[in-house]
Design a protein around this ligand. Structure first.
Ligand code: UD1
Ligand code: CA
Length: 461
């Protein structure tokens, strides 16, 4: 038999009204990506001839602003049902190809199940992905006669007997383009709500006679779970988290409070990793060996090398941290910051777009922005790099072995020579080209016989 090309159609144009949100349902975030991306990734892994995405205008607008989004999009102008969505797509596929339909709100569908459908198609005209689930409520039920599929009844039109059927329809099926087009041309509007249901094609195929309709079961019932509302979104989120947590525990990561930990992305790690309560890891995270992350930390897209510790309530985004560093508590390390080895960053320190070299300490209450700091530098409490003049950001460069006293302002752009000492409370406005002591003269004055209490007494009378 001639092997037919495969086209995958993903239906994602629905209003998503049960989400009670004006943001497209399929673009809501699940774990670390949109619901739709799960379906797209699975579709791509099948390597079809093409993927057609049926979406509405709003979704198209948002997707076209996303980078690297190159899928054939078909716009369903009015959301007149899943059948209408397929009719909209039907101009874009050929008679002599296999068509696989996926629903964009069913993120856990696996490529294995789709391949099983492809296999089943060799012996059928129409193969459906169905599953037996404990609580079938909300799903279309599979109607059978003498074991053969004869149609699908949607929950809202099912009688009490039909509602007891546990075999539900996933929305996923495979058939040939020519057959699908013929069946679609025979569907009628549903009189009750003026929608065209894709599920009608099953009854039509059966009534035509001669068509072989088969069903295929997924490996796991979770694959067919659809997301229609925020409750279902949170149930799937929990399932995804649960699986990630179990994998991490099995791979040797110590999670002190496993069900109060979130991995919204991927974590690559070495040995002896200890993560405490309330930690959120997002995007791509890489941890070396012997890493400790204390309670309440949020870390996004970052790399932390061996023997480093991140203390409580620290936020780290797009940062590289070297070996033997101690960071936090209550630090904010931001975009493009690189910390080399043996660095201490302490309480209430914010660092942005800066490189900090080995053995430097910034232990309290500082802001370091657009800076390059040498090794073995000590930055005193309350030191601020004044990098923004209201129009542009400017750079600060500090050489090796500089000692900066507390409450110092460095007005950028500025360079400080190595081995310089800056006295506490200095405002440094000009470059320091040679090692020296830098200080401002602020004369300390005295007013005799003055006290705060006396002053208050006077104003009260
Ligand atoms: C649908 C099925 C139901 C099945 C369930 C599985 C129909 C009529 N019913 O119900 O049998 O058990 O999925 O999850 O198909 N969409 C469009 N255009 C539209 C309407 C919907 O593209 O006009 C898209 C949606 O964006 C969604 C998918 O089709 O991705 C399914 O639509 P939805 O409204 O969620 O259908 P269900 O009520 O879940
Ligand atoms: Ca749905």
């Amino acid at each position: 038999m001639l092997k037919l090309d495969t086209t995958i159609i993903i239906l994602a144009a629905g209003k998503g009204s049960r989400m009670k949100s004006d943001y497209p349902k399929v673009l809501h975030i699940l774990g670390d990506k949109t619901i739709l991306e799960y379906v797209l990734n699975t579709a791509k892994s099948i390597n079809p001839k093409k993927i057609i995405l049926v979406c509405n205008n709003n979704t198209k607008k948002i997707l076209s602003n996303m980078k690297n989004f190159s899928i054939e999009i078909v716009v369903q102008k009015e959301q007149k049902g899943t059948g209408d969505a397929l009719i909209t797509a039907s101009k874009n596929f050929l008679d002599n190809e296999n068509i696989i339909v996926l629903y964009g709100d069913m993120p856990l569908i696996s490529s294995i199940s789709i391949k099983k459908l492809q296999e089943s198609k060799k012996k059928s005209d129409l193969s459906l992905l169905t599953s037996n689930i404990k609580n079938p409520s909300g799903y279309g039920r599979i109607l059978r006669k003498n074991g053969y599929v004869i149609g699908i009844i949607e929950e809202k039109y099912a009688n009490n007997q039909e509602k007891l059927i546990k075999e539900v329809y996933s929305g996923t099926f495979i058939t040939q383009g020519k057959d699908l087009k013929r069946w679609l041309s025979k569907i009628h509007y549903n009189n009750h709500n003026q929608e065209i249901y894709a599920t009608e094609i099953i009854k039509i195929a059966y009534l035509e006679g001669g068509n072989i309709i088969k069903t295929v079961k997924p490996l796991n019932y979770k694959e067919i779970l659809g997301i229609n509302n925020k409750l279902q979104l949170s149930i799937l989120e929990k399932m995804i988290q649960q699986e990630k947590i179990e994998n991490l525990l099995l791979s040797g990561v110590t999670l002190k409070d496993p069900y109060n930990f979130n991995l919204r992305g991927t974590l690559k790690h070495g040995e002896n990793i200890e993560i405490d309560s309330g930690v959120i890891l997002e995007g791509n995270i890489i941890l070396g060996n012997n890493i400790k992350i204390n309670a309440g930390c949020i870390i996004k897209n970052s790399f932390i090398n061996h023997h480093s510790q991140i203390k409580e309530y620290t936020i780290i985004e797009n940062v590289k941290i070297g070996k033997n560093c101690i960071i936090g508590p209550f630090c904010h390390l931001r975009n493009k910051t690189i910390l080399k080895n043996n660095i201490h960053i302490g309480n209430y320190v914010e660092i942005k777009e800066s490189i900090i070299n080995e053995k430097t300490k910034i232990k309290h209450l500082s802001y370091i922005g657009n800076s390059k700091i040498g090794s073995q530098v000590n930055i005193g409490a309350g030191t601020i790099t004044c990098n923004y003049d209201g129009f542009k950001k400017s750079k600060t460069t500090i050489g090796d072995n500089v000692f900066i006293g507390s409450n110092t302002e460095l007005i950028a752009p500025i360079n400080i020579s190595k081995n310089t000492t800056i006295a506490a409370g200095t405002t440094v406005r000009k470059n320091v080209d040679k090692p020296c002591l830098v200080y401002n003269t602020k004369k300390q004055k005295y007013k005799e016989n003055w006290s705060y209490i006396n002053k208050n007494k006077k104003t009260n009378t």
